[in-house]
Ligand binder design. Structure first.
Ligand code: TNX
Length: 530
């Protein structure tokens, strides 16, 4: 009775939220019907995934999610699984504590020190009647739930399912043992050249989490726009935020909106990495505060796409007071341990000026409790052991990169999501070449900079610069499917790296991505499932 009541409540909530749409009954595939074997939908590839004989766990009115840990994060992940299953079946599967151990059918979420090593690793066995998902830490359980999501048929992604009668479903019987190759699996979104609101950013976070990515680097300021409220420096948003490439209205996140994005991402095990690019790429700041310019004169706002012309006045003390205010406010809003200071494409300073600037900013960032990240030009400066270099220029000197305390790999000719797929791609740039899906997939982070010690490589990040992307639909078109390729490069073990397998598994995502509403590029190399 209780379950039916709760189920009804949920149907009503969703029903009223969607009341604008036409009230037609959606046709749907029969439960479980799919041409592709469920384990062939797991992307990024798991270390080990096998189908088991016999039935998996039935999701119906009798099913329970059993959470044996007192950690609230684990209960929250149980809630996410329950939401996923409710959307799939119309049945609200209740979450119970360890007193319900022994209930059948059930899905058990357990924090287990004997689970595969690493906070993000997990072991999933869905043989019926009791499925078990085990991990050493909540992150691993979260990634196990993402795998369960990919094991469910694509039509479970349609909210419309909630309008229909409860429709029991059986989780396929599989055993998956999985762990990531690298701790840093990220994407970067440039919200400065074009601004994307908090709802768009959350949608992007969802895409990352589905592919087991765990960092979202937000490029929050550039020549064309300043995108975050700084209470001590209000002109940054009064003036600097009101422009964009092509002259659009721009925009910015209030501190409350930024904190909300950070919390939303954290719930999905995605750490926000804020970037304020400096000393170059600073026209929006220079236009807002005349005193940051060596001339004392503020330039007009900039809406073009040139780079390298702007620089903070690195000889003025006021510049460092400004940076301290910015780094201080953003750091206090950001629980993650990183602050990215840009440092790229500075064409108006001497090498000596550049070096002194980066080293001084490094001190400021550390004083606010964060590790400094910089684009690979900062590899030429004296970096402390906690600092991180983000490699982007294919031609960057390997000898310098090899000295970096830590490296994030974002090679422009492999990982840049804003490069065109082919000569006919309507949006995107091509300075680093064309990047078809196989080029994004077929590279090995361990051999990209062979001189760098393996332990220095944190992982991979796919930047998406937004000069040519005016809307989040444009962003999705460039990101997908290449984001999935970079996710697999970062997550999957070298022994699992295989173009033919990736090609098939990627093709299998099409019905799910369509159901989610992702505007993905149907790369001609891929056998997209219908
Ligand atoms: C280079 S990548 C830049 C950006 C541009 C991007 C376009 C990097 C550190 N700097 O300012 O937006 O190319 O692909």
């Amino acid at each position: 009775m209780w379950r039916i009541g709760a189920g009804l409540t949920l149907v009503l909530i969703v029903g009223s939220a969607c009341a604008r749409g036409p009230r037609v009954k959606e046709p749907h595939a029969p439960p479980g019907a799919s041409a592709v074997s469920p384990i062939a939908r797991i992307l990024p590839a798991a270390i080990e995934a096998q189908s088991l004989s016999g039935d998996g766990v039935s999701i119906d009115q009798r099913t329970t999610i059993v959470v044996t840990s007192d950690d609230p994060a684990v209960r929250r992940i149980g809630g996410m699984l329950s939401t996923l299953l409710a959307r799939a079946t119309g049945v609200v599967v209740p979450i119970k504590g360890r007193e319900a151990t022994g209930a059948t059918p059930a899905i058990l979420l357990t924090i287990d020190p004997a689970a595969p090593a690493g906070d993000e690793a997990y072991d999933l066995n869905t043989a019926g009647p009791v499925a078990s998902l085990k991990a050493r830490a909540p992150a691993g359980l979260f990634y196990g739930v993402q795998t369960i999501r990919q094991l469910l048929p694509y039509w479970t992604e349609y909210q419309a399912v909630m309008f229909q009668e409860a429709r029991p479903l059986t989780l396929p019987a599989v055993h998956v043992r999985d762990a990531p190759r690298y701790p840093w699996r990220g994407a970067m979104l440039d919200v400065a050249r074009h601004f994307f609101g908090a709802a768009d950013v959350k949608r992007f976070v969802d895409l990352l989490a589905l592919h087991k990515m765990n960092r979202l680097h937000l490029h929050l300021a550039d020549d064309q726009g300043w995108r975050i409220e700084i209470r001590k420096r209000p002109a940054l948003t009064e003036t600097g935020a009101r422009s964009a490439v092509g002259g659009g209205p721009g925009g910015f996140y209030s501190q409350a909106e930024y904190a909300d994005i950070v919390a939303y991402a954290a719930d999905r095990f995605v750490t926000i990495v804020p970037e304020i690019d400096m000393p170059g790429h600073t026209n929006a700041a220079l236009a807002s505060y005349a005193e940051l310019n060596c001339t004392g004169q503020a330039p007009p706002v900039f809406t073009g796409t040139d780079v390298g012309f702007s620089a903070l006045c690195v000889e003025k003390e006021e510049t460092y007071r400004f940076i301290d205010d910015i780094v201080g406010e953003i750091s206090s809003l950001t629980p993650g341990p990183y602050f990215h200071m840009g440092g790229d494409e500075v064409k108006t300073l001497t090498a000596q000026q550049y070096r002194a600037f980066v080293e001084r900013v490094q001190t400021i960032v550390q004083a606010h409790g964060k590790a400094m990240i910089g684009w690979d030009e900062v590899a030429a400066t004296a970096l402390s052991p906690s600092s991180i270099v983000q490699h982007w220029r294919p031609e960057a000197a390997h000898a310098e990169l090899a000295r970096a305390p830590h490296l994030i790999l974002s090679p422009g000719n492999r990982a840049y999501l804003d490069m065109k797929y082919d000569a006919g791609t309507a949006i995107g740039l091509n300075w680093a070449g064309l990047i078809p899906i196989r080029t994004a997939y077929d590279w090995d982070p361990a051999t990209l900079v062979p001189e760098a010690p393996a332990a220095a490589i944190l992982g991979v990040e796919a930047p998406l610069w937004s000069e040519t992307t005016a809307t989040i639909r444009d962003v999705e078109f460039l990101a997908m499917p290449r984001l999935a390729a970079i996710a697999e490069v970062g997550w999957s073990a070298p022994a699992r790296h295989d173009w033919d397998s990736f090609r098939e598994r990627l093709g299998a995502q099409a019905p799910r991505w369509t159901a989610i509403g992702i505007n993905f590029f149907r790369a001609p190399e891929i056998p997209w499932a219908r």
